[in-house]
Write a protein that binds this ligand. Structure first.
Ligand SMILES: NC(=O)c1ccc[n+]([C@@H]2O[C@H](COP(=O)([O-])OP(=O)(O)OC[C@H]3O[C@@H](n4cnc5c(N)ncnc54)[C@H](OP(=O)(O)O)[C@@H]3O)[C@@H](O)[C@H]2O)c1
Length: 357
């Protein structure tokens, strides 16, 4: 009998793209599994139902509802993309998997989606170069849980271990490219710069350059697929305290990106000059981009010296590199122009932004 996989955030950019990929498989272990897609609204539910996938409408902050979904659908694997920073959601899902493990005696798995910027100096990481094979859990534990994303990382490892659930933590860099999901198809970072550029007729850059890690959405989805296949095949993989995977395909300079966007928007007559002046202030940047202030510098100036090891050991082979990204940067502009018409935008920072008001 096939195993049962629940993908949360299935109406989102990343979760939606994973669902699209998994249900398009024509052979292999993922094809044999039963895929359920968790969404939050009735509109999203109706939209995803057209794909022929089992859609469950659930607010993941409702512990009882989450338990019911996981137990009644006999979920073995949760791929959680709905929130890196609300630890309650991860807690409810892991508790559900713990219950299923008790009931069936079968292994259950929680694949969490976190953020690479946690390992950048702007977010308090002072240890310089970091590999995903380093003792990251122990270091995060020492740093404490004031950051909501780190707090969630710690909870995932500790609660999963207590309940006998196998946990995996995919740390995501900024992700670019048009998503293939049914609902949201745009990421957060680059589209925000494009919208700001169009609205104010200029592409700004921060006064400090950086060389951030990144990945194209299709490469990221391939990594989720690879990890899921390994689990379904019963192949032992790093997990729990050792289960961090930096999903980094390549790096690219922030100023190179902004210069590329300015040129692409200028060629379309959407900005006044193909130049990139500095942001007048961080306040203006946060306001125009709609980024939470606590993550603004991390989202616009950071480099981080992150070395991905675990994903490549699994056999991950990203197809996008820096040259391909910069050469096709106009595709990012086209995606925003096409998809903003749908009015469906990321809600990923909503809780932090409402806390700042
Ligand atoms: N995109 C990136 O470049 C990037 C980079 C690093 C890390 N990440 C992390 O990856 C995760 C996914 O990112 P994304 O870009 O795919 O975000 P997204 O497009 O906003 O998708 C998140 C989805 O989760 C749903 N959701 C949120 N809270 C929920 C709840 N309580 N119950 C049920 N569903 C809920 C949202 O529903 P609604 O549509 O109803 O709001 C949304 O559809 C986030 O945690 C983000 O921090 C993303």
């Amino acid at each position: 009998m096939g195993q049962n996989i629940l993908i949360t955030g299935a109406a989102g950019y990343i979760g939606g793209s994973i669902v699209a990929d998994f249900i398009s498989r024509t052979a292999g272990p993922i094809k044999a599994a039963n895929i359920s897609a968790a969404v939050r609204s009735e509109e999203q539910s109706q939209s995803l139902s057209k794909l022929g996938v089992n859609v469950v409408k659930v607010d993941l902050s409702d512990e009882t509802a989450v338990m019911e979904v996981i137990v009644s659908n006999k979920i073995d694997i949760v791929i959680h993309t709905a929130s890196s920073m609300d630890s309650r959601l991860a807690s409810h899902l892991i508790k559900g998997l713990g219950r299923n493990r008790e009931i069936s005696g079968k292994e259950t798995y929680f694949i969490h989606s976190s953020v690479t910027t946690l390992f950048a100096p702007e977010v308090g990481w002072e240890d310089g170069e970091v590999r995903d094979t380093d003792p990251l859990f122990e270091k995060e534990k020492e740093m404490g849980d004031q950051n909501p994303v780190r707090k969630t990382n710690l909870l995932v490892v500790e609660l999963a271990q207590t309940l006998g659930v196998t946990s995996i933590n995919i740390a995501l860099p900024f992700v670019y490219g048009r998503g293939s999901g049914q609902w949201k198809k745009l990421s957060a970072n680059i589209p925000a710069h494009i919208r700001s550029g169009i609205a104010h007729k200029v592409v700004y850059k921060f006064d400090k350059d950086g060389n951030p890690p990144t990945a194209h959405i299709s490469d990221l989805v391939a990594l989720y697929g690879l990890l899921t296949e390994r689990i379904l095949q019963g192949t032992p993989i790093p997990s729990g305290k050792d289960g961090y995977y930096f999903a980094i395909a390549h790096t690219v300079g922030w100023w190179e990106i902004m210069d590329g966007l300015a040129k692409a928007l200028y060629a379309r007559g959407l900005v006044e000059e193909p130049k990139t002046p500095f942001w007048p202030s961080d306040e203006v940047a946060a306001d125009y981009l709609g980024f939470p202030r606590m993550f603004l510098r991390a989202m616009g100036t950071t480099s981080g010296q992150l070395v991905p090891v675990n994903a490549y050991r699994l056999g991950w082979q990203p197809k996008w590199d820096k040259e391909r990204f910069l050469k096709n940067i106009d595709d990012e502009v086209q995606a925003v122009l096409d998809l903003d018409k749908t009015k469906v935008k990321t809600t990923v920072f909503d809780s932090l932004l409402s806390g700042e008001k």
